[in-house]
Ligand binder design. Sequence first.
Ligand code: TRP
Ligand code: SF4
Length: 349
Amino acid sequence: MNDNKLVLKRPRVVSGARTTGPLHLGNYHGALKNWVDLQHQYECYFFAADWHALTTEYEQPARIAEYTREMILDWLGAGIDPKSCTLYVQSHVPEHAELSLLLSMITPLSWLERVPTYKELRSKLKEKHLATYGFLGYPVLQSADILLYKPEFVPVGEDQVSHIELTREIARHFNHLYQNRLEGSGVFPEPQALLTKTPKMPGLDGQKMSKSYHNTIGLREDPKVVEQKIKTMPTDPARVRRSDPGEPEKCPVWRFHQIYSSSETQEWVLKGCRSAGIGCLDCKRPVIESVIVEQAVMIKRVEPYQKDPALVQDIVREGCKIARAKAQETIEEVRSVMGLTTVNTIGSK
Ligand code: TRP
Ligand code: SF4
């Protein structure tokens, strides 16, 4: 692209994703694709939130490491370019934990108890015993993830807006309590959510695509499995026989066409479905085709990394190094304004 861009200082963004399972097309269209676009305009820090995975998966952590590795592969497959962004793993940058601890000192319990995702998830995931300190503190850790890098923006989905709002409140409260003596300004900026505008990706059953609904298509799933999954997707129940007309608005396959198909194909579906001119299997063909083509690109991109895991290790090692350097800068500042000694102040007056 334009080389001049690299010289100019780009606004910074930070975002993370929990490593709780293999990524699916919902993750791709809902977030990852947006990250891929952002990497050219912003200075991007993207990390695998494995500590956040533990907040809900602490009873069964066996697969978190595997999910972390796979997620980085998925990112690379989706087109995240490690030359344009910093990719790292949360637990490899221990400053996230230190800042989380320090922010927890100033965060009123009531702020955490009123975060909507807290109550919602606790009741939704009853079997997971989420009455823990770590789960309540989830948004404090997230605030630390963000504020460590002093970003302007945080690309997230709608469901995360309350966490970003809390991050801003914590930053404001922190700045109010502790002044940075050097500049007389607050230590932290108040970052803003950068909402993804993409349409919600439906799952195979028409509900939102989500691991917990078992209605996903994996990001790099075997084409044969993809074909089978789409072939067996439910359609408008009114189309019992081939000769029964249907209504695309009542059919999850149509939602896939809206994401994947050209306007001509969409026109063909609308007409053909309503007039019973096409069968559901005919209708699904172009969707199967498009999903498989999209995935083939990702599968191909990942191949060299799968052949040589050292490549991925190097990317993450390098990313962690860059992230840590930035994180340590912030932590030194925070320690200093919070009355803690830093390397430079111990032993001197
Ligand atoms: N809570 C986010 C989610 O569930 C993941 C996350 C953790 C995150 N730390 C973050 C997102 C920091 C943005 C910035 O999607
Ligand atoms: Fe759904 Fe297509 Fe069948 Fe109509 S023709 S019901 S849109 S799969």
